[in-house]
Design a protein around this ligand. Structure first.
Ligand SMILES: C[S@@+](CC[C@H](N)C(=O)[O-])C[C@H]1O[C@@H](n2cnc3c(N)ncnc32)[C@H](O)[C@@H]1O
Length: 328
């Protein structure tokens, strides 16, 4: 077969992509087929519709056909394009990390609002650059929360933890891509254990140091200056008992360690709130993303003796999605 005969027009490729995805019952199949074509061609939508007869090389047509096949078999589009937008920033995503979700942007909004209010109450400017702030992100995944906050607070320092070394590798690359790597120390540990467990050593390097030559993280200290102004977390919160109700592309393609918090789903919040109570400075802020039915199990963990200004923020579907509180 000669090369020309293998070429196809933009219109023909798009038509066959749409037909395959429709047959496979892929949601928003027209948009999905378009997005994959834009990705393969490196063009925008206007170009595609202005050049329907343009011949596409056999190599690109083959690549498109492979991606359409993978999408038809249920792979998330973000795994095919390798990216997802969050807070107006583009993040690399791989099957090792949760694909950042739009509802998680409420965590950023609430955290920034709470910090601004705290600044006003302290008689300082509402618009802070985060100078002197220590911020913890538990279960950082792609790094989207820590990195979005680092862009908003260009002088703040961060510790971002995850139990998955593969996820942390992606988060580090995203931090580099967005030029905030020098301010985020990534630590592989359970919740904030890496911060708590070496607390007595007081020999930590400055926040923001990179892994040492052996590839291991430097120890993190709980020295007084390392106590946090803000702790944020979007922990795994789906119950294993409800796994069957998840969309197939989530259940089969996103990491279980990022999805499931235990049999019920809310199991990690108890330790998380207890660690935050220990590691936040007085008047420090805790902001947690919640599962669709987590609020009744999580709200009682914020005991009045330790927590004040407890607030719940609903997402755009009216689901209580973010729980925030201030340490007394
Ligand atoms: C729901 S994902 C959130 C990822 C990211 N923060 C976001 O909002 O898109 C939860 C993350 O927590 C991590 N994780 C799960 N169990 C953990 C634990 N015990 N300690 C620390 N991280 C954990 C997972 O690897 C995953 O990256």
């Amino acid at each position: 077969m000669n090369r020309v005969s293998e070429e196809k027009s933009v219109r023909a490729l798009l038509k066959s992509g749409i037909a395959q995805l429709r047959e496979a019952h892929v949601p928003s199949y027209t948009l999905a087929a378009e997005l994959l074509l834009l990705h393969v061609l490196g063009r925008d939508r206007a170009w595609i519709y202005a050049h329907p007869e343009e011949e596409i090389s056999a190599v690109s047509a083959e690549r498109y056909s492979t991606l359409i096949g993978r999408r038809a078999r249920g792979e998330p589009p973000q795994h095919l394009t390798g990216k997802q937008e969050f807070w107006g920033l583009e993040f690399e995503v791989t099957p090792d990390v949760l694909i950042p979700r739009p509802e998680t942007e409420h965590v950023i909004e609430v955290a920034l609002d709470r910090l601004a209010v705290r600044e006003i109450r302290a008689g300082r400017s509402q618009k802070t650059d985060g100078a002197g702030f220590e911020i913890g992100d538990i279960g950082t995944g792609s790094g989207c929360i820590a990195i979005a906050l680092a862009k908003e607070l260009p002088a703040a320092a961060f510790i971002a933890t995850d139990i998955s070394s593969a996820a942390l590798a992606v988060a580090r690359r995203n931090a580099g891509r967005h030029h905030v790597a020098s301010r985020i120390q990534f630590v592989e540990c359970h919740l904030l254990n890496g911060v708590v467990s070496v607390g007595a050593q007081h020999a930590a390097p400055h926040l923001g140091t990179s892994p040492n030559a052996s590839g291991h993280e430097p120890p993190v200290t709980s020295h007084h200056s390392r106590f946090f102004d803000l702790i944020v977390s979007n922990p795994p919160y789906v119950g294993r008992r409800e796994a069957a109700t998840l969309m197939r592309e989530v259940r089969e393609h996103e990491p279980g360690i990022a999805l499931y918090g235990g049999e019920e789903g809310h199991e990690l919040y108890g330790d998380l709130v207890a660690q935050a109570a220990t590691l936040l400075k007085p008047a420090g802020i805790l902001v947690l993303e919640l599962g669709h039915d987590s609020l009744p199990a999580v709200a009682p963990l914020l005991e009045e003796s330790t927590w004040a200004k407890v607030g719940v923020t609903n997402d755009l579907r009216g689901i209580p999605r973010v729980l925030a509180a201030q340490k007394t």
